[in-house]
Design a protein around this ligand. Structure first.
Ligand code: SF4
Ligand code: SF4
Length: 390
């Protein structure tokens, strides 16, 4: 396989990525495959010490289980948590889904089976939509200079990203680096998409977050995965693999290589390499394990051409119309929304907060952070009929 790669001066070391065959989520098979994949990169003990708090961050985007190909399987995360505990560490499992309604995080933890399974393995399980959020500045960021994120992500001694192998319309693939986006609770993800609206700026935004969080270890669930548009039934794939590496960028690059995609055709990986945040050059990646020669078939980013049709764009914007509105009866003028609003769209009046919709970028931070639940999302007529009012 040939790649049109960059060759940056001064890079000499080779980064190792283990690729181990694992064709089922059977606990015994999976446990063994996890041990082999971790041993090939030095063993879990080279990443975790006794007494450390380890945050395991799966991809729990929606309420479909790991078998579906859409989310990291509960057993991959739960068995990793058990291994952390065996080393004397404390295991915390946490994520925030892409869905934006109150209770979405808990629903996804329940429906994917992650909460029950991981708790049965001794892990603490948290929904980032329902936990402490901290305000953070990233001074050297290219895009994401100021963000609210789950405190657990900053407080953990060790962050382990546990992604699913999936395609993505904006980033080509969603793997170990993109998985970290889930530390932004609900509406903050919308803000991220506003700030990073092109492939390139979104790539830099993800890398700002990656540089802040610096995961020590990445373990990818590619036993099943999703390709193209993630349609149930047709777009589920079964690569039958587990990948692991100390370098999340190299892990994502290795997954691309197995799928026949040049890592430098993925803006996120190309920019990571250029910014010195990880290794994406195939010449600098050593793939080891019994899956090193595997080929991931049918992995292709979804077509985006339909969105270019004007009438479909109009229809999509009618569906997506969502306006935050404050209920004066509930608002106690605490000012949280005023402080959180990144676009200064909130005005404080004697009767409570009020939102200037022309200035609002629909990040829904006010909705997330209002302690009185006074901020409602007002959907348009079409959106209410299709999805219901909130
Ligand atoms: S956060 Fe909620 S209660 Fe506080 S001022 Fe804003 S709308 Fe009112
Ligand atoms: S008012 Fe501000 S915080 Fe609320 S959704 Fe609009 S931009 Fe976001």
């Amino acid at each position: 396989m040939r790649y049109s790669g960059l060759s940056l001066k001064g890079r000499k070391s080779v980064v190792r990525v283990s690729v181990v065959r694992c064709t089922a989520y059977d606990e015994t098979v999976l446990d063994r495959a996890l041990d082999v994949s971790l041993d090939l990169i030095g063993g879990l003990e080279s990443f975790v010490s006794a007494g450390q708090t380890v945050l395991l961050k799966p991809n729990l985007l929606e309420a479909r289980d790991g078998e579906s190909g859409a989310t990291t399987d509960k057993r991959v995360v739960g068995l990793l948590a058990e291994k952390v505990l065996a080393l004397g560490g404390k295991a915390v499992v946490g994520d925030s889904p892409g869905l934006r309604y109150r209770g979405a995080g808990e629903t996804v933890l329940r429906e994917t089976g992650t909460r029950a399974y991981c708790e049965s393995r001794g892990a603490e399980v948290v929904s980032f939509d329902n936990t402490e959020i901290v305000e953070t500045r990233i001074p050297d960021a290219a895009i994401l200079k100021h963000v609210y994120l789950a405190a657990a992500a900053l407080e953990a001694d060790v962050l382990v990203t546990v992604p699913k192998l999936k395609t993505h319309s904006l980033t080509v693939m969603t793997g170990a680096v993109k998985n970290l986006y889930g530390v932004l609770p609900g509406g903050q993800k919308t803000l991220g998409h506003v700030l990073g609206e092109t492939k390139e700026t979104f790539a830099d935004l993800l890398l700002d977050l990656y540089a802040l969080l610096k995961p020590k270890l990445a373990v990818m669930d590619a036993v099943t995965g999703m390709t193209r548009s993630w349609r149930t039934g047709t777009d589920r794939i079964e690569p039958g693999l587990l990948l692991a590496s100390a370098d999340s960028v190299a892990l994502d690059a290795a997954a691309c290589m197995l799928a026949g995609i040049s890592p430098f055709d993925v803006p996120m990986l190309r920019r990571a390499h250029e910014r010195g945040l990880g290794v994406a050059d195939p010449a600098e990646i050593e793939i080891v394990g019994d899956g090193a020669g595997a080929r991931i078939e049918g992995f292709a980013a979804p077509a985006r051409s339909l969105v270019a049709w004007p009438f479909l764009r109009l229809f999509a914007s009618a569906i997506k119309k969502e306006d935050p509105r404050v209920s004066p009866e509930l608002c106690d003028r605490c000012g949280n929304c005023l402080k959180a609003c990144p676009s200064n769209a909130v005005r404080m009046t004697d009767s409570g907060a009020w939102i200037e919709l022309d200035a609002c970028i629909r990040c829904f931070c006010c909705h997330e952070l209002c302690p009185r639940r006074a901020v409602e999302i007002d959907r348009g007529w079409l959106g209410q009929r299709l999805f219901g009012a909130r």
